[in-house]
Design a protein around this ligand. Structure first.
Ligand code: SF4
Length: 361
């Protein structure tokens, strides 16, 4: 049966069963989870801890931290009583330190508001510090074995392929959640998201999915199309706007002229070359008002244009150079208080956006 976005009531039971059968033989062994069909309830504390640690962190990196934390603090009450500095110190190296702060806040809230027992209710979990929809659904499914729509980036990828979703991410996220929800059942509620995650990790991989051994092959619309790795589609990034500038390299054999940029704004407080406004139109030579440096026969020379990409725009900047004698440079700087001289040896203190002007293409 080929899956379709349009058929809301489509029966996915047999495809779901095939994935669970595959999971029964291929489940990953992870220290925080129960294996396929586990009769025992997993410990919500361990499930929660693992989910917090796995945010933005790989399984191999998070595993030793998980083992250390659950040995040092085997229960949520033990963690809640731990000194902040100790927990932060043990977290060192795992990154994203706001997670550690929320971990402690949450442990203390579970103790003070829920008597040291995680509530088995998605709404109540969502009120705890650091809990978002994903973590709450994961604890409900993995720890309490109840049906919950657990959707992470990996499950999004599988759904986008199964249904060949043509809307790019991130806009497709609500649709992908909705598609994932069609597969959620009370039957093996804990195993289902784990099965899908394991499938996404070892078969439906981002770059080279192993479709030929996939239990969902005959259902998968992206496989039928022949290019499953193209999904999920990514929105094309809007090209950055281009601005054009003119920088002045006023130099002598000793160094060159710079100005201190205003504290506020782009490259605030840093040194830069004197330059004209960065605007959307290219500066024509006739428009350029050059700084008045002329004491003799010095001539401005166009060295070319270089490019630099800022976060919000791309800069194309012409570089015009004039070479002064040491004596004329001293006179120039005396007349222009806004400028200062920088020796060639100090050129590395320029931000890249201007350092490139010293070696224009
Ligand atoms: S058939 Fe290929 S693309 Fe489709 S779900 Fe399986 S591994 Fe992913």
């Amino acid at each position: 049966m080929r899956l379709s976005i349009e058929l809301m009531g489509e029966d996915v039971s047999s495809a779901r069963q095939r994935v669970l059968d595959w999971y029964d033989c291929n489940a990953r062994v992870l220290p925080w989870r129960e294996g396929p069909g586990a009769a025992l309830k997993a410990d919500p504390y361990r499930v929660w801890m693992s989910e917090v640690m796995l945010q933005q962190t790989t399984v191999p990196h998070a595993t030793p931290y998980f083992e250390k934390f659950t040995t040092l603090w085997p229960s949520v009450s033990a963690l809640a009583a731990a000194p902040d500095e100790r927990v932060m110190a043990e977290w060192a190296g795992l990154g994203y330190y706001s997670r550690a702060r929320n971990l402690l806040k949450c442990a203390r809230a579970v103790v003070s508001e829920h008597g040291g027992v995680f509530p088995a209710d998605e709404g109540a979990l969502l009120k705890l510090p650091g809990f978002g929809p994903y973590t709450a659904a994961a604890v409900i499914a993995f720890a309490f074995g109840k049906a919950a729509n657990v959707v992470d980036g990996n499950i999004e990828r599988v759904m986008s392929r199964l249904y060949a979703v043509k809307t790019p991410v991130p806009q497709a996220r609500p649709l992908l959640r909705e598609l994932a929800a069609r597969w959620v059942r009370e039957d093996r509620a804990r195993d289902w998201p784990q099965a899908l995650m394991d499938l996404s990790a070892s078969v439906c991989r981002p770059k080279s999915p192993s479709c030929l051994i996939c239990p969902l092959r005959e259902d998968c619309a992206a496989f039928a199309e022949g290019q499953p790795e193209a999904y999920p589609l990514k929105a094309a990034k809007a090209p950055k706007p281009v601005r054009h500038g003119v920088a002045f390299l006023i130099m002598s054999e000793d160094g060159f002229v710079v100005e201190r940029r205003p504290d506020k704004g782009l490259l605030g407080g840093m040194l830069g070359l004197p330059h004209l406004e960065w605007r959307s139109e290219v500066w024509s030579e006739g428009e350029i008002v050059f700084p008045s440096v002329h004491h003799g026969n010095e001539a401005w020379e166009n060295l070319g244009t270089y490019a630099h990409v800022f976060t919000h725009f791309a800069l194309k900047q012409q570089v015009w150079r004039v070479v002064l004698s040491t004596k004329d440079m001293t006179a120039f700087l005396r007349q222009h208080n806004a400028y200062q001289g920088l020796s060639w040896g100090e050129a590395k203190s320029l931000p890249t956006a201007f350092a490139k002007a010293l070696r224009p293409k």
